[in-house]
Design a protein around this ligand. Structure first.
Ligand code: CA
Length: 220
């Protein structure tokens, strides 16, 4: 997974590059809009993180060019401009997400993961196997030993998140953020309810375990 980070503030750029690298991503940096476009044209990326206030060519202009040339490349805007018109303009030009500065690195990383996963699962051939469970990502169908289950969109996404890393504990907060979005009330019990329904539907075919004070995992 290779990410292009465009940011003209050296301290923030270093912070971002280190943060993404610590998560195992390959990262290239661009310090202005022209450099960003040059990098995007010479190398293939899985995600672009884009500042808006840049010297010379500004971020929205980079975004417009980029989406014209590579409509499928996910773009997360990271900007101090948090006014609604700018945000809306960003989404209109094809941004996939928008994080306002000052930002939390953890939140940015979580949002980046969502975009990367979404891009990966739009692969029409995508079928994921985890134990006896099969997830058909294109049809959004889950089956256990050949028996298909009808799942809601959220149920499918929670199951998919767990099945991406069988045996690995995924926290309730992460599921809430990645499946329901950060604006959802963190005190809500939607995750628990969804897990309960999944267990009921899937039975022992795809056991979802609760790990106390940590989260949930799909038995490996
Ligand atoms: Ca800037």
């Amino acid at each position: 997974m290779r990410i292009l980070v465009t940011e003209d503030e050296p301290r923030i750029l270093t912070f971002l590059v280190r943060g993404f690298e610590a998560e195992g991503y390959a990262v290239d940096a661009a310090v202005d809009g022209d450099q960003a476009l040059e990098r995007l044209r010479t190398r293939s990326y899985d995600l672009a993180v884009l500042d808006l206030l840049l010297p010379q060519r500004d971020g929205l202009s980079v975004l417009r060019e980029l989406k014209r040339e590579q409509p499928d490349l996910p773009v997360v805007i990271l900007s101090a401009r948090s006014d609604l018109p700018t945000k809306l303009r960003g989404f209109e030009l094809g941004a996939d997400d928008y994080v306002s500065k000052p930002f939390s690195l953890d939140e940015l990383l979580a949002r980046a993961r969502v975009q990367l996963r979404r891009a990966a699962t739009s692969d029409p051939e995508g079928v994921l196997h985890a134990g006896g469970l099969t997830l058909d990502l294109a049809r959004r169908e889950a089956s256990v030993e050949g028996v298909a289950f009808r799942l809601t969109d959220r149920e499918f996404r929670v199951l998919h998140r767990l099945a991406c890393e069988p045996g690995v504990v995924v926290s309730r907060e992460r599921l809430l953020a990645e499946v329901w979005g950060y604006h959802f009330d963190p005190a809500s019990n939607v995750v628990e309810v969804c897990i309960r329904r999944l267990r009921k539907k899937l039975g022992d075919g795809a056991p979802i375990e609760t790990v106390r004070h940590a989260g949930y995992r799909l038995a490996a």
